[in-house]
Design a protein around this ligand. Structure first.
Ligand code: DX5
Ligand code: ZN
Length: 214
């Protein structure tokens, strides 16, 4: 089944509770955390996560675009994350292994993320221990960018490795996903689609979510 994870980066932060209730038919709430260092933008963090936790029953998918995510992963679990993903470019392999174990010890799901320039091989050290792999289809930092179709071979490679070595692992894509590019991602092997602007700019959000699911 294809799962949809609307990114609340494209929501109206002055009406965040309302905008989260509007995506109730989705599968995850995608929560983008940016520190102004790993990416050239600053977004939302722990207090906002804590505030939205009671607003939705959907699992919250926290995408950490921060330096040394291992230092913060457990605090995001405590603030209400169900799933925490960390960039392989942002920390040491040793720290990421420890953080994945710490997230699991909290009963939450863990994953790693690859920026566009990072090869599929960078996920291999984590393949058997993660619940999700996330492939960026834009440079992380901003919503509303153009989908990078040249990331699809990476998605297909990861799908092959997941099927062979950790079939329960989910494969997520993030950036520039709309009803057209969603089909390309699914054909390449993704099963979780993050979509920010495409969902929040839609006239009818539940209809757009259904359309993305295909
Ligand atoms: C980008 C974020 C994405 C972003 C997606 O750095 O990780 O989750 O919100 O937005 P769209 O779907 O508009 O590309
Ligand atoms: Zn994201």
């Amino acid at each position: 089944m294809i799962k949809i994870a609307p990114s609340i980066l494209s929501a109206d932060f002055a009406e965040l509770g309302r905008d989260i209730r509007r995506i109730a038919t989705a599968d995850y709430v995608h929560f983008d955390v940016m520190d102004g260092r790993f990416v050239p933008n600053i977004s939302i963090g722990l207090p906002v996560l804590k505030s939205i936790r009671p607003v939705t029953e959907l699992p919250i998918d926290v995408h950490l675009m921060i330096e040394e995510p291992s230092l913060y992963a457990q605090r995001f679990c405590d603030a209400g994350a169900d799933l925490v993903t960390m960039h392989v470019e942002a920390d040491t392999e040793e720290n990421l292994h420890k953080a994945i174990a710490a997230i699991h010890a909290k009963g939450k799901k863990a994953g790693v993320v690859l920026k566009p320039a990072t090869p599929a091989e960078a996920a291999l050290p984590y393949l058997e221990e993660v619940d999700i792999l996330l492939v960026m289809t834009v440079e992380p930092g901003f919503g509303g960018q153009k989908f990078m179709a040249d990331m699809m071979p990476k998605v297909t490679t990861l799908r092959k490795w997941i099927d062979a070595r950790n079939p329960a692992c989910e494969l997520e894509v993030d950036g520039g996903v709309d009803p057209e590019t969603a089909k390309v991602c699914v054909a390449a092997g993704a099963n979780v689609l993050v979509a920010g602007s495409s969902v929040y700019k839609a006239e009818n959000i539940p209809e757009r979510i259904a359309q993305l699911r295909g």
